[in-house]
Design a protein around this ligand. Structure first.
Ligand code: TMP
Ligand code: ASP
Length: 254
């Protein structure tokens, strides 16, 4: 199957050469990792769910005019994307205190933030993705001031869209991480949303019960990771309800 040239292998995905120049195939693995791979497990079916959820989100972003690297899903585990030059930053947008922000600043998890907060982390496995400021980013040439402006504007638009999307599914978007890439078209370059957006890279809490429906279930040894991701997919209308009993006659359409 995978006789295509492998361009890059990350913790959760593999990139292969695409069918045409300027394209790549992004393959979603079943590996669940946290704390820079100090914690690692295979969760059968996670890659399939993340592929579908990320497809759904990126299709919506594209149709809203928010530029992304996504072209189309190819099969259960793969999607066709445009080749971009990844900006070496993880962009985190937070709406509610949780995780490292709660720890660093001593704010209880679940506290609503006065406004959405954008943070940058330098992508480096050796350094465990340290938090950096715009000063570091521009001084070390990871992105220009104009690119930082573009990235912040994009991340706010993505946050607004995602927060609304999940709210409609009874889910609070606590925070999420996104990555950006430089897409070259002739002599023009623009910043686009890249990588994936899935329950691996978001904190998603059930609005009513506050249950965690994201990778914190794995990070915090809570169990039920696949069930949680399946629930997110089901609420977004991506998966049909597979629990429905078979052969019991007509099913009431609600
Ligand atoms: P944090 O609270 O651990 O800094 O995480 C903030 C958000 O970013 C959370 O939704 C999880 C996501 N994230 C990643 O996707 N990858 C990472 O390497 C880290 C540290 C966080
Ligand atoms: N450190 C990240 C996390 O906790 C991901 C990883 O290291 O694979 O989510």
């Amino acid at each position: 199957m995978n006789r295509r040239r492998r361009i890059f292998e990350g913790k959760g995905k593999i990139l292969f050469e695409g069918p045409e120049p300027g394209t790549l195939v992004q393959f979603f693995k079943d590996d669940a990792t946290a704390f820079n791979k100090k914690k690692h497990e295979i969760v059968d079916g996670k890659g399939v769910l993340n592929n579908r959820i990320s497809e759904y989100i990126f299709n919506h972003l594209n149709s809203m005019g928010i530029p992304t690297h996504f072209i189309k899903r190819l099969n259960m585990r793969e999607q066709l994307i445009r080749e971009v030059e990844i900006v070496p930053l993880e962009v985190v947008v937070r709406n509610i205190a949780a995780g490292s922000l709660s720890k660093r600043l001593g704010i209880d998890e679940g506290t609503a933030l006065p406004r959405s907060i954008i943070e940058f982390y330098y992508k480096s496995d050796e350094l465990d993705d340290p938090m950096v400021t715009e000063e570091h980013i521009t001084a070390f040439g990871w992105a220009t001031p104009q690119e930082i402006d573009d990235i912040m504007a994009l991340s706010i638009r993505v946050n607004d869209f995602l927060a609304g999307l999940f709210l409609g599914a009874g889910i609070q978007l606590v925070d999420f991480k996104m990555e950006c890439g430089r897409l070259w078209e002739n002599d023009m370059m623009r910043i686009v949303v890249a990588d994936e957006i899935s329950p691996d890279s978001c904190r998603l809490w059930d609005t009513r019960t506050q249950d965690k429906l994201d990778k914190d279930r794995f990070r915090r040894d809570m169990g039920g990771l696949l069930e949680a991701y399946t629930e997110v997919a089901r609420r977004l209308g991506i998966l049909v309800d597979q629990e429905r009993p078979m052969g019991t006659g007509p099913v009431l359409v609600q």
